[in-house]
Design a protein around this ligand. Structure first.
Ligand SMILES: NC(=O)C1=CN([C@@H]2O[C@H](COP(=O)(O)OP(=O)(O)OC[C@H]3O[C@@H](n4cnc5c(N)ncnc54)[C@H](OP(=O)(O)O)[C@@H]3O)[C@@H](O)[C@H]2O)C=CC1
Ligand SMILES: N[C@@H](CC(=O)OP(=O)(O)O)C(=O)O
Length: 413
């Protein structure tokens, strides 16, 4: 663990940004390093410096979570809001059907909601998008063309060969493709780009898979079954008469997304003969994935059962897997990003955890919880993972991605 990690928390704590629950922290895992001379620059931000951000789709499930999470952010300040023509022209508190457990932040209540046009966001450095995927494509392209840094939750650009699909606890190295993305525009963009997050169920599974690949080398096969919360479908989402007392064994497009997104995220970036960068889709050791996705009567938190086979023989034991998950430290954490969880993966020893109601707020929904790590009689090892679909599955991922982009100088202020 570098000293940036602990300084990040001290810096954040000093600014009043909520720190993760210490009761969830595995014993013996906290670094003990002390002060560093680099405190002011380690996030790519000078202490006291603020960054204006905009939220597109600000009235939706993900948009509301952005606003709730950013209320006490140490340097991001919500400056401009956008939504559909139904909401544009109204004060935020009048446009939104607020469903968060904390009140609408006072600084946002009276902000006007604009149409999603770049001219209203000119003073923003970063734009977070929680737009409906039906409209996100054109709107996000217009914002990028206006030289804005866009962090999107929508699926529209995830397959684009020049757009990184980043789960911030896994593949922040993929930000290296941004200069190529900018260069493809005429004239080349100086600041604009699009970074997308993954599907929320993909996010939940790639975090433990990345930890396992780091410790034990490539995973060869993976079988996943999801039990996805209704909030994944936005608001009002699945009708109550369809989901009470029920399980729906189909979520359109979800299984396909999980199966290919995982390959882009866990793959590397290679260089073609012509010198262009390209995602290798886990080509070195092909990873076969089969996902089955279901909708269950849970409000927030997707639960997934995962079975894996490793390329390496003999495979690691369940105990070695537990230790590797617990030890996993993503780059976002070592960079000291304020919204990164202190511990990416909590490993439960209890047989009846994780559970969505009990575990979805682990590390403010920024980490994932794993349990029931055990031998698999068909593949090698199996476990259960719980991911907060609205936090690290959506809004928190975009926020950490933007923090990493600033820390690495991809966004200059
Ligand atoms: N919910 C989740 O757990 C996850 C969601 N996502 C993705 O995030 C995105 C947002 O999802 P979610 O918040 O659930 O969706 P919601 O349906 O709750 O919100 C959609 C937002 O898009 C806005 N919008 C709709 N049409 C237009 C338009 N024509 N022009 C401008 N804005 C428009 C809405 O504004 P208005 O209120 O004015 O209609 C609203 O703010 C989607 O792409 C989704 O696939 C990704 C991962 C997880
Ligand atoms: N489809 C997911 C949420 C979502 O919107 O996914 P995506 O961003 O991949 O369309 C769910 O229902 O839980």
């Amino acid at each position: 663990m570098s000293f940036a990690g602990i300084l990040g928390r001290d810096f954040v704590g000093a600014l009043g940004f909520p720190t993760p629950q210490s009761s969830s922290v595995p014993p013996g895992f906290l670094p003990t390093d002390s002060q560093s001379p680099f405190l002011h620059d380690m996030h790519g931000i000078h202490q006291g410096e603020l960054v204006n951000i905009g939220v597109l789709g600000a009235t939706g499930t993900v948009g509301q979570r952005f606003i709730a999470l950013l209320e006490s952010h140490p340097y991001f300040v919500v400056h401009a809001l956008g939504a559909s023509a139904r909401s544009a022209g109204k004060a935020y508190s009048k446009a939104v059907n607020w469903k968060q457990t904390t009140p609408i932040p006072a600084s946002v209540r009276d902000l006007p909601v604009h149409a999603c046009e770049p001219e209203h966001f000119r003073e923003c450095v970063v734009v977070f998008s929680g737009l409906d995927a039906d409209v996100a494509g054109d709107i996000e392209a217009a914002f990028r063309a206006a030289d804005l840094a866009v962090f999107s939750n929508a699926k529209s650009y995830r397959r684009d060969p020049h757009v990184p699909l980043i789960v911030p606890l896994v593949n922040t190295s993929h930000l290296s493709i941004i200069p190529q993305q900018r260069s493809l525009h005429t004239p080349p963009l100086r600041k604009g780009f699009i970074v997308t997050n993954a599907n929320c169920s993909t996010t939940g599974v790639v975090i433990p898979l990345a930890a396992l690949e780091r410790a034990f080398g490539p995973v060869e096969s993976c079988l996943i079954t999801t039990m996805q919360a209704v909030s994944g479908a936005g608001y009002p989402g699945v009708p109550s008469l369809d989901i009470f007392d029920n399980i729906v064994p189909y979520i359109p497009g979800e299984e396909e997304k999980m199966e290919w997104e995982t390959l882009k995220i866990l793959g590397g970036i290679g260089e073609s003969d012509a010198g262009a960068q390209a995602f290798d889709m886990h080509a070195g050791t092909p990873l076969r994935i089969s996902a089955s996705c279901t909708r269950v009567p849970v409000i927030e938190g997707h639960t997934e059962t995962v079975s894996v086979r490793f390329a390496r023989r003999p495979p690691p034991s369940p105990q070695q897997v537990r230790e590797a998950l617990l030890a996993y430290t993503p780059e976002a954490q070592t960079l000291g990003c304020p919204s990164a969880p202190r511990h990416a993966i909590y490993v439960h020893e209890e047989d009846d955890r994780p559970q969505p109601r009990l575990d979805r707020n682990y590390q403010q929904g920024a980490g994932v919880s794993v349990g029931r790590v055990r031998q698999c009689r068909v593949l090698d090892v199996k476990f259960v993972v719980l991911v907060n679909n609205v936090n690290i599955g959506a809004a928190t991922s975009s926020i950490i991605n933007a923090e990493v982009a600033i820390a690495k100088g991809v966004i200059t202020l």
